[in-house]
Design a protein around this ligand. Structure first.
Ligand SMILES: C[S@@+](CC[C@H](N)C(=O)[O-])C[C@H]1O[C@@H](n2cnc3c(N)ncnc32)[C@H](O)[C@@H]1O
Length: 258
């Protein structure tokens, strides 16, 4: 599909979904007036991340004080089945992040309620739920419908093991619509994992909101914090002391709420 026909198909796919009209309005506005939001301050953010980055293992062992065993070694059978489910999915989506970090921040907080934005195949959901199910906790997730793909809702979260799904509550809207619906069901969380709208403005809107819903001693995590300066600015503005974790050539930011 060339760029023009992709824009046309996306537009008409949105028109068929009245529940997504608010997101369509925001996308049109962003594409006309705010195109730089994705990469704003990227150079500074990357330097800032590189100057303090630690590995997954260092974070888990030295900061969380938990013995590090990689997530895929803790749950080898479930992990193998998840790889198979991903291979079978006809829909191409975003891949896995720092799964061990996600699992261990849920363990560290003894989380009963966690929230994540951005699901795709569901690797991060799988990692959070692997911890949450042991306490019968709940993961609340937000992800946009994949509007260009037919029946893609059957594939969002496809790698999540079947017996974890009772503990999973998925909201299929843009975050601006999903988050208020989630907050109507749960008002405070032990873990926040942000991995959806990566623009500067999208992050700044959601970071403030999600931070205020995080319990004391809760853990806030955001992926791809080197993409633009939103996470750096959020930390500096609020005097948060973050940990920056380098994983697969990208950076995740984590803050423990004191
Ligand atoms: C990188 S993927 C998530 C990967 C997942 N967290 C993992 O680690 O396995 C990003 C997801 O965010 C979703 N997304 C992007 N913008 C969004 C928005 N404004 N509201 C809700 N979801 C959004 C996309 O549909 C996509 O599935």
């Amino acid at each position: 599909m060339n760029k023009i026909s992709e824009i046309g198909s996306t537009f008409f796919a949105y028109l068929r979904r009245p529940d997504l009209y608010p997101e369509l309005r925001r996308k049109i506005w962003k594409n006309i007036f705010n195109r730089s939001s994705g990469l704003r301050g990227k150079e500074d953010a990357e330097k800032w991340c590189a100057s303090q980055a630690i590995s997954e293992e260092e974070f888990i062992e030295n900061i969380l004080k938990i013995t590090f065993v990689p997530f895929e070694k803790l749950f080898p059978q479930e992990f193998e089945m998840a790889l198979q489910a991903q291979a079978k999915s006809p829909v191409k989506m975003g891949g896995a992040g720092a799964l061990s970090v996600i699992y261990y921040i849920n363990e560290f907080t003894d989380s009963k309620e966690s929230i994540e934005t951005g699901v795709a195949y569901g690797w991060s959901s799988f990692a959070a739920l692997a911890s949450l199910v042991s306490r019968n906790g709940t993961l609340y997730s937000s992800d946009m419908p994949y509007i260009l793909q037919n029946n893609s809702s059957d594939f969002v979260g496809c790698v999540i093991p079947e017996d974890y799904r009772h503990n999973w509550d998925l909201f299929r809207y843009a975050d601006k619509e999903s988050l208020p619906k989630i907050f109507a069901k749960a008002d405070a969380f032990d873990v926040v994992h942000y991995d959806s709208d990566k623009t500067y403005d999208g992050r700044m809107w959601a970071y403030d909101l999600l931070w205020n819903k995080l319990r004391n001693r809760g853990v806030f995590m955001s992926d791809d914090v080197g993409d633009n300066a939103a996470f750096k600015d959020f930390c500096e503005k609020n005097s948060h002391q973050p940990y920056i974790i380098k994983f697969d050539g990208k950076y995740a930011g984590v803050i423990i709420k004191e």
